[in-house]
Design a protein around this ligand. Structure first.
Ligand SMILES: [Zn+2]
Ligand SMILES: [Zn+2]
Length: 339
């Protein structure tokens, strides 16, 4: 049997250990992907620390996968060996529940399985996934460029394009990190009057380089007041993991403005009811996207030049790469490479 390398978690809170495994074969409806790059996402903590309810260990984390189709199982007609593909948070769906029959696969009532959580994911040389989880990588993107778009990218691109904001509208991105540095680029390329909000002034040059027309230092300025001076935001995309930071910007929403939450703070979010009622404002969440949304994200990135800034590590150094991501110091995404 041919072997492959994988970095697995075998007990909750335990280390990422390099192991050798047999290369799995794809069953009916599945494909095998030879992985070229795999992003490390903060959500991988759900696997590493055993936080996902019902998680079975050992498990190989990773849901920002970029590679090449290597083998297809019976019943797979749309993909062939050699196709360049990505796999993200949407790792399959049941296809028969009410949500799936409406095409809303991510809200599958049976719980859409996530690579690296429900089955072994991207910190490995190969992965086997349902064919419905594949997104086509366009020619213009390298594997390292594609991988982070499969979670961080689609998680910012998809809520922005579905937000109801129109070109020229004031759209703010709260937080300039792994998600936010992509959010600013997408917002600017979509034609929004883009505001970046972050703590301190050190991120201002980068935010402007990424396409922000306005910068608000939330340590020195009241972000709600500053947004109001600019006319009020149509949309604020909250990529931070601090609930108080989200509450602090709510007053900067314009009429019909919407706060879209994609960062997950540990504490509950406080929302003054008056802000919602007077001005018909709303607070909503958004869970990344389907495989076709990831494909659209990559196509848009190839078209417009949106790229994440990445630090790469070889697969054998997965543990160090994960620690680097957890340190919060990575600028901005950490990506494993397999070759
Ligand atoms: Zn993720
Ligand atoms: Zn379903």
């Amino acid at each position: 049997m041919a072997k492959m390398r994988a970095a697995q978690v075998s007990k909750a809170g335990g280390p990422l250990e390099m192991v050798e495994r047999e290369i799995p074969d794809p069953g009916a409806g599945f494909v095998r992907v030879r992985i070229e790059a795999s992003g490390i996402c903060h959500s991988d903590v759900l696997t590493k620390e055993g936080l996902w309810p019902g998680l079975a260990l050992p498990r190989v984390p990773g849901h920002e996968i970029a590679g090449v189709v290597d083998a297809v199982g019976p019943g797979v007609f749309s993909w062939s060996p050699g196709d360049r593909v990505g796999v993200g948070w949407h790792g399959g769906h049941c296809g028969t529940c009410d949500s799936c029959r409406r095409g809303d696969f991510l809200l599958c009532r049976l719980g859409a399985p996530v690579p690296g959580i429900a089955y072994d994911g991207g910190y490995a040389d190969y992965v086997v996934v349902p064919a419905v989880a594949l997104a086509r990588i366009p020619d213009g993107l390298t594997p390292v460029e594609a991988a982070p778009l499969m979670c961080a990218g689609v998680t910012t691109f998809n809520p922005l394009r579905n937000s109801g904001a129109r070109p020229g509208d004031l759209v703010a991105i709260l937080g300039i990190g792994g998600l936010g540095h992509l959010g600013v680029q997408f917002a600017a390329k979509m034609g929004f009057d883009t505001v970046a909000i972050a703590r301190g002034s050190d991120k201002e040059p980068l935010a402007r380089e990424l396409g922000a027309r306005h910068y608000i230092d939330s340590q020195k300025q009241d972000p709600a007041a500053e947004l109001t001076k600019l006319g009020g935001a149509r949309v604020i995309l909250a990529t931070v993991t601090s609930a108080p930071a989200m509450t602090a910007v709510l007053g900067g929403l314009g009429p019909e403005g919407k706060l879209i939450v994609v960062g997950a703070p540990p504490e509950p979010l406080q929302v003054p009811a008056g802000i919602l009622i007077f001005g018909r404002r709303s607070v909503a969440g958004w869970p990344s996207g389907r495989s076709i949304d990831s494909q659209d994200t990559m196509a848009f990135a190839a078209l417009t030049g949106v790229r994440s800034r990445n630090e790469t590590f070889p697969l054998d150094r997965a543990a160090a790469a994960y620690d680097r991501m957890m340190s919060g110091k990575a600028r901005f995404r950490v990506v494993l490479t397999m070759s």
